[in-house]
Design a binder for this molecule. Structure first.
Ligand SMILES: [Zn+2]
Length: 471
């Protein structure tokens, strides 16, 4: 039988033509590639010339003049939200948290949380993100409903602290205030609640706040629970030199060193920010197997010192799974991982005056494959590979940011933003189609979010106006 006589296999979706940056174990890139997806999984990837006659899609995505990459991951995206652009300028991390962010969080009802979560996930999908870590929310059940409605892949758990950490409890709201034993019960309840929800795209996390708001008792118990429950313990850690100074004063150790000393650093620990690290702490992190989300746009806006103290090249060289995040809406006022990739490639170069400090390819790995590893989803998702679930982001490459197009990695890292994301698939499902969200009504969601913002700002007494006269 000749090739021409073979009936093509019918599959759900094919991506036909264009650049396919697989980020598979060999890091293959196809200039004129083809991907076949059936159900939730990738069943073929390779040269278009070899595969196009073998598969017929019930749906065909035209990949020409486009660049297809694995879906991007966001390591740090709160679903407890606050009004974007309304946070007073000029605060340090600790000031911003205690004067604006925590008070905003404490005002949110169950309905608010559902709406904010739907909006935040919609924004992430629009900019090409398919999976994310939510570092602790309130009204967990409502949030789970919203994540399921979005179609995104996520790890989440309940906002948990005992307000008994190195930063003291001054200015902390009287909100979700637990003793350490109560907080541990809440964490256990969170794991059970996510598991009972039983959605294949949502996994649990043991989420404590950190940043000097949790006792050692709670931190150790959370790290142990993550191991026992086969989950991830997620916390904010070593977020600035100021936090380092506080912990040194309280314990005589730096934050990560302290985690190690108390037995709370293990391979189930997922640390956000890690913007201030000593050389020996890099070794402690690597030896423990812990994971990290670096959040460069937040670090820059809140002046955390990531360029000077972040040890980006050393953490990567030590093999630590470092992924990228954006954080809440006033820490980084966008949710665009391509912008995080840009910063991840460039900030360490300038800091070290070394153009090889972080390569363009390493930056793309941080935005994609490292995310599946760090989030503990690499059993299911990863690169564009046969057998993996189809979490895929497709950029339109017809504007100045992508053209001329000779090297898609260079254009992706240095030129593109998430505005050029055209199509997004999660587990084989098209959730963004020609820049339109398929599951939610963007406009009505925006209006609902702005109404919640206005109410909360009024309640916490913030009038968000620019420094210039508004007429
Ligand atoms: Zn955060």
């Amino acid at each position: 039988m000749t090739q021409d006589n073979v009936e093509p296999i019918e599959v759900d979706v094919v991506i036909d033509g264009g650049w396919i940056v697989t980020v598979d174990p060999e890091r293959r890139i196809f200039r004129d590639g083809f991907v076949a997806i059936d159900g939730t999984k990738i069943v073929a990837v390779g040269q278009r010339a070899d595969l196009a006659h073998q598969y017929r899609g019930r749906r065909t995505v035209d990949g020409r003049n486009k660049v297809t990459i694995p879906g991007m991951s966001n390591g740090h995206r709160h679903l407890l939200c606050c009004a974007k652009g309304a946070m007073p300028e000029g605060g340090t991390t600790l000031q911003a948290l205690r004067s604006f962010i925590y008070p905003s969080f404490s005002r949110l009802t169950e309905e608010d949380m559902h709406t904010y979560a739907l909006h935040a996930t919609a924004e992430m999908i629009r900019f090409g993100t398919t999976s994310f870590q939510e570092p602790g929310c309130n009204h967990l059940e409502a949030v789970l409903e919203a994540i399921a409605a979005s179609g995104m892949r996520c790890r989440t758990g309940p906002w948990t602290w005992d307000q008994a950490g190195s930063a003291g409890d001054a200015d902390l709201p009287n909100w979700l205030r637990f003793t350490a034993p109560e907080a541990v019960k809440r964490l256990e309840w969170g794991v059970e609640t996510v598991r009972k929800f039983n959605n294949p795209r949502i996994r649990d996390a043991v989420t404590i706040e950190g940043v000097g708001t949790c006792s050692d008792e709670l931190t150790v118990a959370a790290a142990n629970l993550a191991v026992e429950a086969d989950s991830l313990m997620v916390l904010h850690k070593s977020t600035s030199e100021r936090e380092v100074a506080l912990e040194q004063q309280a314990f005589g150790h730096r934050p990560i060193e302290h985690m190690h000393k108390i037995g709370a650093l293990n391979d189930r620990v997922f640390m956000n920010h890690v913007t201030s690290v000593a050389d020996w702490e890099v070794r402690l992190i690597a030896d423990s197997g812990a994971r990290i989300s670096k959040n460069p746009s937040t670090a820059l806006k809140l002046a955390k010192g990531t360029t000077q103290f972040g040890k980006w090249p050393e953490l990567l060289a030590a093999g630590v799974p470092v992924m990228l995040g954006t954080d809440a809406e006033n820490c980084s006022n966008h949710q665009d991982i391509t912008r995080a990739i840009y910063l991840a490639a460039l900030l360490p170069r300038d800091a070290r005056q070394d153009p090889n400090a972080v390569s363009a390819e390493q930056a793309v790995e941080m935005g994609t494959i490292n995310g599946s590893r760090a989030l503990g989803w690499d059993d299911v998702v990863g690169g564009i590979e046969v057998g993996k679930e189809a979490d895929i982001t497709i950029f339109e490459a017809e504007d100045f940011d992508w053209r001329p197009l000779h090297n898609p990695i260079a254009n992706l890292v240095y030129g593109a933003t998430g505005h050029s994301v055209h199509t997004v698939l999660i587990a084989g499902e098209v959730v963004l189609d020609n820049k339109q969200l398929t599951r939610v009504d963007e406009q009505s969601l925006r209006e609902e979010v702005e109404a919640i913002d206005r109410r909360v700002l009024k309640e916490i007494g913030i009038d968000p106006v620019p420094a210039w006269p508004v007429l």
